[in-house]
Design a protein around this ligand. Sequence first.
Ligand code: HPA
Length: 280
Amino acid sequence: MAAMSFPDPVEQPYEAAQASAAALAAATGADRHDIAIVLGSGWKPAADQMGEVAAELPMTDLGGFPEASVQGHGTSVRSIVNGDRRILAFMGRVHLYEGHHPNVVAHAVRTAVRAGCSTVVLTNAAGGLRPGMWPGQPVLISDHVNLTGRTPLLGPNDDRIGPRFPDMSTAYSPRLRDLARSVDPTLEQAVYGGFLGPTYETPAEVRMARTLGADLVGMSTVIETIAAVHAGAEVLAVSLVTNLAAGLSDEVLDHDDVLAVAAHSAERMGGLIAQIVGRT
Ligand code: HPA
């Protein structure tokens, strides 16, 4: 599928997303998808709760996607039937810290929007900063502080994707957060501080993030949210708190522990997201 002439998502993000969406339709037989979900570290079990898998293929078959490299991130994409909705589930994501351009990180979300998705659900594993947060706790992201110093909107704006100066005041859809809390009233909300990684933060960086208003820290999501808002999609984002951020406990931060904690809660969250999808 990845023909030599496949548009480069860095140079031609619109054309690349359009081409990947066309490849998706051809591979799945579905002309459109309605809701996209991006599964972060340890979130894979959530996908099994979302409906019947109608098709599953390697993300790279769609063109424009690099091989994912981090443990815990699969490389397939699923087309899932949930009632009268089609869910497009990316079983992993690419990150800035792997060396990818922000437009490559944003390619999944832009493809989803070109495929018809008006809702984008982003999931991740995150360190918790707010007192009272506990490993395994799912938290709705209410806002973010982009500490990566990157954006997928740098350079000339492509008006076919979205406006030059997108409004970010309701980036994390209040409507979808209300919907999520109507399904599960115990869900708390928090501000996500997006770091570049791949190191976990230093204790001083964690104190900085708290001072700046972050309740969670992680290495993903902010670029995808910017791309989704730019493209006019509604965003729901859910973090699984997998650890207390550096300096807040005596634990040494370890990726395997992050995955183990996430897996425990991911299944429950999959059911929650399926219910939310049914109500969107
Ligand atoms: N920091 C950054 N990213 C993370 C963390 C953390 O503490 N936990 C899981 N992902």
